[in-house]
Write a protein that binds this ligand. Structure first.
Ligand SMILES: [Mg+2]
Length: 381
């Protein structure tokens, strides 16, 4: 029987939430994180919530501001009076009418799944096939700015039992200096912990090939997206060296990318992210291609709050091949969280929520505090 459930409204708002310490990416340093919060009203009174956020506009061209326009102006009219239970149908409709904008589409899908989970009284992972695990290991991103600071930070986090393994950010310095710094950090942590390196596509083939042996000797766990997103052949050459496992992140943003990477043997590990691939369903499909090709998966993050991180958890918990754990540290990296029941970290893991829907509830007082009320930009200064 077709459901009589209907979508009766869709609203969005922007939030700017401070972070605990500034974060150095390859191209910019950030001091707060922006989000678009989306609420979808169902005809049964349920409100599904979703969150859109990006590492920055440099990552794939989307920002919270572009997402808000796409959602308000273009997506909302397509969804109105539709049946929210027909998620695949709605995603296809959006894909036919709105090209790209995968981060915006992922946040809609998130809100639909949350509303459906609440309607049926089940956690979202049950709508995705059930959970294979109730907790997922988390890597913390070291970004203190100095090798000694990173080693010290990692050691104290291991000693306190908060984290076991780590990731570093690269790409700001010259590749040679980056490589040496990472080797120094890995050697400083030898026997105690490991790091994965993420230059966000900023190195070239010669640099990556040249340092591969030294990375292997230093016990580095994985090399994530060393080369520009389009250099699939370069990634394949690095994978062929059979030294440090190569992870694809920016090169992997669709189901089609996953197939191409698998066919060309260009990655040993896929970094999954629900926003970059347009949602939880696509993420599960990508993990299926990885499974068929013998590729491991890693639970990536776009640095979401507890809302988006919960969506990641439901998707990642439902797949069988999450061999490399995750980097779902967004909620503990933010100085505050817009929900009344933030996600829980325990012994180096993050727990999969089991309440209805995403399993998190909005905190209206915090939304009031962090809601953006003025335009941001040079023209409004
Ligand atoms: Mg990455």
């Amino acid at each position: 029987m077709l459901s009589t459930l209907r979508i009766k409204g869709l609203t969005t708002e922007l939030l700017d939430i401070p972070i605990k310490r500034p974060h150095q990416f390859s191209t910019e340093k950030v001091a707060d994180k922006s989000f678009v919060l989306i609420r979808v009203q169902f005809s049964n009174g349920v409100v599904g919530i979703g969150e859109g956020t990006t590492p920055g506009i440099w990552w794939n061209g989307e920002s919270v501001e572009t997402m808000k326009v796409v959602l308000d102006r273009y997506a909302a009219p397509l969804l109105l009076d539709e049946d929210p239970a027909q998620i695949e149908h709605l995603l296809q409709k959006l894909n036919r009418r709105i090209r790209g904008n995968v981060f915006a589409k992922a946040s809609i899908e998130m809100a639909l799944f949350d509303g459906l989970g609440k309607t049926y009284g089940v956690p979202v992972h049950q709508l995705l096939g059930g959970q294979n695990r109730d907790r997922i290991p988390v890597r913390w991103a070291l970004a203190s700015g100095t090798p000694d600071g990173d080693i010290e930070e990692a050691q104290s986090l291991v000693d306190s039992g908060n984290y076991v393994n780590f990731k570093t950010k690269s790409g700001k310095e010259a590749p040679e200096d980056d490589a040496k710094r990472n080797i120094r950090i890995a050697e400083g942590l030898r026997g105690k912990s490991t790091i994965g390196i993420d230059p966000n596509g900023s190195w070239d083939r010669i640099t990556a090939v040249k340092w591969m042996d030294a990375f292997f000797e230093a016990g580095i766990d994985f090399l994530e997206q060393p080369l520009p997103p389009e250099d699939i052949e370069g990634l394949a050459r690095l994978s062929e060296m059979k030294k440090v496992p190569v992870m694809a992140d920016e090169s992997l943003s669709s189901v089609q990318d996953a197939l191409r990477l698998a066919e060309t043997r260009a990655a040993d590990i896929f970094s999954l992210k629900i926003h970059k691939s347009g949602g939880m369903k696509n993420t599960v499909k990508i993990a299926g291609i990885a499974e068929a090709a013998g590729i491991s998966c890693f639970g990536g993050t776009s640095l979401e709050s507890s809302i988006g991180t919960a969506a990641c958890l439901h998707a990642y918990a439902s797949i069988p091949n999450l061999d490399y754990g995750s980097e779902l540290f967004g909620p503990s990296w933010l100085a505050d969280d817009p929900v009344i029941n933030p996600l829980v970290y325990e012994d180096g893991c993050i727990l999969v929520p089991d309440g209805p829907g995403l399993g998190v509830e909005l905190d209206e007082d915090k939304l009031k505090k962090y809601r953006r009320t003025e335009q941001k930009g040079a023209l409004t200064r």
